[in-house]
Design a protein. Structure first.
Length: 101
């Protein structure tokens, strides 16, 4: 039985060089913070100090998500609406529900 569903379809988005560089820089910084927390755990550092760093990582991830969401709305969603693909708005609404848990 065949299905015309695109369940395994992977969407792509071409980003301009500045956007890509900014996102990668943010992720590299977060990756470094996570490695730092790992080193703190391995060094048996005090719990409060580790939790403080974890909070900084969560804030950095939140900032990354806000930036990416902003780009998504300004490009992907706006382009889809202009091209008559209103399902992009439904997808955005579902995403916002997940992000706001």
């Amino acid at each position: 039985m065949s299905c015309d569903c695109n369940v395994d379809e992977i969407k792509h988005k071409l980003r301009n060089l500045d956007e890509r560089k900014d996102l990668i820089t943010r992720l590299n910084r977060i990756e470094g913070q996570v490695r730092g927390v790992k080193a703190m755990v391995e060094d048996d550092r005090y719990c409060v100090d580790i939790l403080t760093q974890v909070s900084a990582i969560q804030a950095a991830l939140g900032s990354f998500s806000k930036e990416l969401l902003s780009h998504h709305i300004k490009t992907c969603v706006s382009d889809d609406i202009r091209d008559g693909r209103e399902e992009s708005v439904d997808e955005l609404c579902e995403l916002l529900k997940k992000l706001m848990k």
